[in-house]
Design a protein around this ligand. Structure first.
Ligand SMILES: [Zn+2]
Length: 507
């Protein structure tokens, strides 16, 4: 099939559930998803007439915190509005949301696409139209056996942030990356667990296409995709729906005649979209200011205080780790994934700094090599050692200082890599200092050449076949001999040094 490549025009609407202790407008527990159905409820979140909502200050503060982290401006005045509509999960007949005065406006989030291929942007600046606060509706439970739908009101009035992007996203990969970055941001701000599988982060995606067809510039109507509950689903659904829109256009289908948007749902099992609503609907929610809640006012000082309290944001932290330690983008990404990882790594690195400063000769290249070794051991060697004992990093006995010291021992050639592995396992089990373990287990690397030389002589004499193979040009035979010497030395020699001595003896 021949496709003149189309351009994606994608905008996202994201709901993030705030992990406040109580709900948005009442004192009910906000942990309803882990409680029996219809138990974290009260007359306010059930929408009984005559009840009065009370604002959750924490939710307002966290909304502002997130808006500021997304570089939004915080208008001096904000308010809540009633969005009127009827649905069985909304007993009040309206949702308290924000209409024309959201808490945050005109921000942006920069993203980097790791693994972008030819023709894709490696970086993108995605503008945020707005961030507003609102309450969630209850949850309809459709049990397949019963001929009925049930309502669980535990979720009713859960605090949500809705974030709306401008249509700046130009590929499914960018959409996925944006959401992942946003999840990380929400987690690092400590305002939401932002778990997509649990519905703490929900996304609707709007997609249309721009392309040229028979010499005419085409901009298709929008498809809004619902039910996207994983990052993979976002990427797959956008790819699928865009291709479907394009194919339909080329075939002269309905899409060429309509101007309004349609709503489709993503079927994760069949991996296709299904039409949900195609009729043009003029939504009239009859928004009006919520009369039971006072308007919000924010002073510049107040905003400044929240701005100053922001932690180092993931994208800045990632960039700093790369610049400061010379580690790879992939390693930095992994470290930033969890607050605990990055801080462990940096504490170990500061231990290494002390050691590096004590060295007589230490250039930048050696420093970078040391940090890279640290990143490699932290990312690739520590987790399996922890897994072997089913210990999480937070509970493990290995301190960042001791971990840094272990890396210094390796880099200083006091210990070789396989012996260091033994030391690490012991560290995980007992929490002892690496130097102590190394001495106790007699793992210290032998660097005096005379004992290595004599071990090489013994091995060469005992392995005439390998020696003649090597001399006949089979250079790989040297690795076998290195292995034998290492065995002879009980693993305490440095393989590179052994190889050099062997090569000299065989030349
Ligand atoms: Zn309640």
């Amino acid at each position: 099939m021949r496709y003149p490549l189309f351009t994606y025009v994608i905008g996202l609407e994201i709901h993030i559930q705030l992990k406040t202790r109580s709900k948005m407008f009442c004192r009910c527990s906000n942990d309803g998803e882990n409680q029996p159905l219809n138990t974290t409820i009260c007359p306010i979140c059930l929408g009984h007439p005559g009840t009065l909502p009370v604002m959750n200050k924490q939710a307002i503060k966290w909304g502002m915190r997130t808006a500021l982290a997304l570089h939004c401006s915080i208008p001096p005045h904000s308010k809540f509005d009633r969005k009127n509509y009827f649905y069985p999960d909304l007993p009040k007949g309206y949702q308290i949301s924000q209409y024309d005065q959201p808490i945050g406006k005109s921000g942006y989030l920069d993203i980097q696409m790791y693994g972008a291929t030819e023709g894709q942007r490696p970086e993108a600046h995605i503008r945020i139209n707005r961030l507003h606060l609102e309450e969630d509706a209850a949850k309809l439970v459709h049990s397949p056996g019963a001929n009925a739908s049930l309502v669980d009101f535990n979720r009713s009035s859960t605090p949500l942030m809705e974030i709306v992007t401008e249509p700046d996203i130009t590929s499914p990969l960018e959409a996925k990356t944006f959401l992942q970055e946003l999840r990380l941001l929400a987690r690092s701000l400590n305002v939401s667990s932002a778990d997509m599988e649990k519905g703490h982060l929900r996304c609707d995606a709007n997609v249309s296409l721009k392309f040229e067809h028979a010499g005419v510039a085409v901009w298709t109507p929008i498809s809004e995709i619902k039910n996207l509950n994983s990052f993979k689903a976002v990427e797959k659904a956008l790819t699928y729906e865009a291709q479907r829109l394009y194919d339909e256009w080329v075939a002269g289908g309905e899409v060429t005649r309509r101007a309004h948007k349609i709503t489709v749902g993503w079927d994760d099992t069949k991996e296709c979209t299904m039409l949900q609503r195609s009729k043009e609907e003029a939504h009239d929610y009859r928004y009006f200011p919520e009369p039971d809640l006072p308007p919000l006012h924010f002073s510049e000082e107040e905003v400044e205080i929240v701005k100053k309290s922001l932690p180092e944001l993931p994208i800045a932290k990632r960039k700093r780790l790369i610049d400061q330690y010379g580690i790879t983008h992939a390693d930095a990404t992994l470290l930033v994934e969890s607050e605990g990882y990055a801080s462990f790594f940096e504490k170990s690195a500061s231990e290494l700094d002390e050691w590096l400063c004590s060295l007589e000769a230490c250039d930048d290249a050696f420093k970078t090599k040391t940090y890279k070794l640290l990143a490699n051991w932290f990312i690739n060697k520590l987790p399996p050692a922890l897994n072997a004992y089913s210990i999480a990093l937070e509970e493990c006995k290995v301190t960042p200082e001791n971990f840094g010291e272990l890396i210094a021992l390796i880099q200083d050639q006091k210990i070789n890599s396989s012996a260091a592995q033994v030391v690490l396992e012991e560290m995980v089990e007992t929490g002892a200092e690496p130097k102590h373990i190394m001495q106790e287990k007699n793992l210290e690397q032998v660097s005096d050449t005379s004992s290595i030389e004599s071990a090489c002589d013994t091995v060469l004499a005992a392995n005439a076949d390998a020696v003649s193979n090597y001399k006949a040009g089979k250079t790989t035979a040297i690795m076998f001999l290195v292995g034998q010497v290492m065995k002879e030395m009980k693993g305490k020699a440095q393989p590179e040094m052994v190889k050099t001595i062997l090569e000299k003896k065989l030349s």
